[in-house]
Design a protein around this ligand. Structure first.
Ligand code: 4AD
Ligand code: MG
Length: 461
């Protein structure tokens, strides 16, 4: 038999030819003497027709969704309007069942479908992944990662692979996953930043994709316990250079995606209204953002000295205006991005709200009362997708920052050495890949933007 073995994405080149395809029964419609199958192989979809004798075998009569099959036949063009993906269908003249799938109560769509309870969808994530939406999101994710890599080649950053098992914190001790490491204590990494900083004098500007782990008890739309962290670090730059670089990396990556037909089609499918954001991105200082929130009557829940929210007479959170020094919490941030409707850089946060390593805005005050050369990039519908800053370049100042954070400098000797041996002005950023994807693909939650999401209490499948 001269049928050529092909993947479904290749089919447009095989019209009127005999082909052999392998895949899973994605949709199934049986009539008296004819069976319509939509086959799925992970690269595309194909309508196939089994008629006559072929629709009457035992396997044909007991065929169920998600069975795996091999089909051989001639690929026919079909007129527009007929509901056949790709505008063609396979007239099958030989087929073989590779693996059956159950019907009845155990049938695929009876175990999980769009209406299933979220906890069932989470337990059956391995089956949910077979759906069109989930698989499209993951395909787009793959395009996104490769487009970022292309962008970094253009901007001359070298990719490094950083360790996951570490003995230092970056973003505060409270969110570390601790583990026993041959009798010593170690953590799962929160951020590769410190390692990237040590690469500058060796490799020049660098970036990495690494899983980051946060033991946050956050059950929000945008928090995961494990997420893919894209981080970059650049030497001999100013704070302004840093924000321009972040903007360029994001915009160049989106341009690459929109220029790739397969990626552009996925964006169109998942987020029909998507438009590449205009440059330059709006930049709003933290102090101006506080004013903006108050002008727009966006308040925050008042807290007592222990950090508990105070209730009003009706049992609702007592709301108050924002003041300089307050954190801009997720709810306020979300309202802000909803109103502004474009990407916005918030910059210059107070030191006491941010991590220990951040460079202070020159002349803005001392210690933790100062403002920092820090920025968060907020996107509509998601909020913060990037956090970045310039770094303390002076070793004395860094030692003081350790002391303030309660960090034992002993564990950070290698990070301190970076300042001792030829320090330089430098800065970098971390981007949450799932958050960017949630924005790009218009997803309600980052849980949809990762293969197997982890959140408090969930590490299966
Ligand atoms: O703002 P973060 O905590 O910054 C850092 O970790 C820096 N050390 C990065 C750097 O400068 N190299 O995290 C950076 C980004 C956030 O803006 C957010 O997009 C994402 O990581 N992120 C999370 N994504 C999903 N779930 C979580 N729990 C996340 N925490 C942070
Ligand atoms: Mg942050």
């Amino acid at each position: 038999d001269k049928a050529t073995r092909v993947k479904l994405f290749q089919l447009p080149e095989y019209r009127q030819k005999r082909v052999r395809v392998f895949g899973w029964v994605h949709r199934l419609r049986s009539q008296k003497e004819i069976i319509f199958i939509v086959l799925r192989d992970g690269t595309g979809y194909l309508q196939a027709v089994l008629s006559g004798r072929m629709s009457q075998t035992y396997h044909a009569l007991t065929l169920n969704l998600e069975s795996s099959v091999e089909l051989v036949g001639t690929l026919q063009e079909v007129p527009e309007g007929k509901n056949a993906p790709g505008g063609h269908e396979l007239i099958v003249d030989y087929w073989k069942l590779h693996g059956s799938a159950p019907g009845g109560d155990d049938a695929f769509t009876n175990r999980v479908n769009e209406k299933s309870d979220p906890s069932i969808q989470a337990d059956l994530r391995h089956l949910v992944l077979r759906g069109e939406t989930a698989s499209s999101i993951l395909k787009l994710r793959a395009h996104l990662l490769s487009a970022f890599r292309e962008t970094y080649v253009k901007h001359n950053l070298t990719e490094v692979t950083t360790p996951c098992l570490v003995q230092t914190q970056v973003e505060g001790g409270a969110t570390l996953f601790k583990l026993d490491y041959y009798g010593q204590s170690a953590f799962l990494t929160q951020s590769s930043q410190l390692y990237l900083e040590t690469c500058l004098a060796s490799l020049g500007d660098v970036y990495c994709f690494q899983e980051s782990f946060r033991a946050e008890n956050s059950h929000t739309r945008r928090h995961l316990a494990e997420y893919t962290h894209l981080e970059g670090e650049l030497a001999f730059i100013t704070f302004d250079d840093l924000m321009s670089h972040i903007e360029a990396v994001i915009c160049d990556t989106i341009d690459i995606l929109l220029a790739r037909p397969a990626a552009a089609a996925l964006i169109k499918q998942l987020h029909p209204a998507f438009k590449a954001p205009a440059r330059p991105f709006l930049r709003l200082s933290y102090v101006d953002a506080i004013k903006w929130l108050n002008e727009h009557k966006i308040q925050r829940p008042e807290e007592d000295a222990d950090g508990n929210t105070i209730k009003d007479a009706d049992g609702n959170d007592k709301m108050v205006d924002h003041a300089v020094g307050d954190d801009i919490a997720e709810a306020a941030e979300r309202k802000m991005t909803d109103i502004i409707g474009t990407p916005v850089f918030l910059h210059g946060f107070p030191a006491h709200l941010k991590a220990f390593y951040m460079k202070k805005v020159p002349g803005s005050g001392a210690g933790r009362d100062a403002f920092t050369e820090s920025c968060d990039l907020l996107m509509p519908n998601v909020g913060e997708i990037v956090g970045g800053s310039m770094r303390i370049a002076d070793s004395e100042e860094l030692l003081a920052a350790y002391a303030h954070e309660g960090i034992d400098p002993k564990d950070y000797y290698w990070f301190t050495d970076q300042r001792k041996y030829g320090t330089c002005e430098h800065g970098g950023y971390g981007l949450g890949v799932e958050r960017l994807l949630a924005w790009l693909a218009d997803r309600f939650t980052v849980r949809e933007c990762v293969l197997y999401p982890r959140w408090p209490g969930r590490a299966t499948p």
